[in-house]
Design a binder for this molecule. Structure first.
Ligand code: ATP
Length: 318
């Protein structure tokens, strides 16, 4: 089956602010219905890219199409097709919740139908607060109202620029539920974040950007499988004998302290090189020592990101 036409097509986009190259020859597609996460540290170029797509930044080189329409030559159409939830809260503090959505409709020339406002507010758990002044909303409600605003003109592609920056864990998880609900309804979501856990929880595909350069675009599962490292920490009852320590180290086992060892196994290694944990356990028992505890896990997207950044040679011109 051939791939569906991308809802967003970015080709060779570059943008400079004076000597700062905020985006360098960026190209990738976003498919309809997916959650696409763009990950990168502060200043990587995420907001600049969103600005180019959504029409906030007009001067850049390269081409961007939304649902097949060029953002420079068909900006009226493409602005109608995208919704943007920016990092900063941007509603009038003197309006109530309902009024915010009513006036938002006007910006996009959409008739402010009462039923539509009611539906959106109910979907996002804000109906009871419709008469509340926006200043009286909690942080989580304000963030949800921002998403409601961006949905008033039924965009096909919704941008969430660091939607959970600076919010606590509980609120972050609450917002994730709403984002997943939107995906269920077929809205394509383009998310920027530097919370790697956020991308791991939500995204179908993940792109890494650093210093204006997109380093990698992968399906989340492929990314985790490709770079996956498993580890086990084994706590021993007594101290390691000198001979056992030497033997384990020669097998690639790390000694954390005299009673703790760490085994790192890697799918990236050739099959024959993967350490078999059982042989190590047998070796420990044969030495007369006992195992008190075995912990284990796999590395996080955080460490994968660090690994990707390290593997990418620094461009001497930048
Ligand atoms: P953050 O996660 O901190 O929001 P970001 O990945 O969104 O960062 P951008 O805001 O796109 O990064 O910035 C990319 C680079 O471009 C940075 O070096 C930034 O200082 C620079 N930059 C962005 N906007 C401007 C501007 N209007 N004028 C000059 N430089 C800018």
């Amino acid at each position: 089956m051939s791939n569906p036409s991308p809802v967003l097509n970015i080709q060779n986009v570059s943008k400079s602010y004076g000597k700062v190259e905020a985006l360098k020859d960026t190209s990738f597609d976003v498919n309809p219905g997916e959650i696409f996460a763009l990950l990168g540290p502060n200043g990587a170029g995420k907001t600049t890219l969103i600005g180019c797509i959504t029409g906030l930044i007009l001067r850049f080189t390269g081409n961007i199409k939304v649902a097949g329409y060029d953002v420079k030559t068909h900006s009226k159409i493409t602005r109608q097709l995208v919704g943007l939830v920016p990092q900063e809260l941007n509603f009038d503090p003197f309006f109530n919740v309902e009024q915010v959505l009513y006036y938002q409709s006007g910006f996009f020339n959409v008739p402010p139908r009462a039923e539509k406002i009611e539906k959106i507010l109910r979907d996002f758990g804000l109906w009871e607060k419709r008469k509340a002044n926006t200043r009286a909303l909690s942080g989580g409600m304000k963030r949800r109202l921002m998403i409601c605003k961006a949905l008033m003109h039924d965009p096909v592609l919704l941008f969430l620029d660091e939607p959970t920056a600076g919010v606590d864990v509980e609120l972050r998880e609450e917002l994730w539920k709403y984002v997943l609900k939107l995906k269920e309804r077929g809205v394509t979501i383009f998310l920027t974040t530097h919370y790697l856990e956020e991308a791991e929880q939500l995204a179908d595909r993940i792109a890494f950007i650093d210093k204006g350069k997109v380093l990698m675009v992968e399906k989340r599962e492929d990314l985790l499988n490709h770079f996956e490292r498993r580890w086990n920490r084994i706590t021993l009852k007594g101290p390691l004998s000198r001979e056992l320590e030497t033997s384990l180290q020669s097998e690639g086992v790390s000694v954390e302290d005299e009673q703790t060892i760490i085994i790192n196994s890697s799918k990236a290694l050739a099959a024959g090189e993967v350490l078999e944990i059982q042989t190590i356990l047998d070796e420990i028992k044969a030495s007369g020592n006992h195992i008190v505890q075995i912990d284990g896990g796999r590395n996080s997207l955080e460490s994968i990101f660090r690994e990707i950044l390290q593997e990418t040679p620094v461009d001497p011109k930048s």
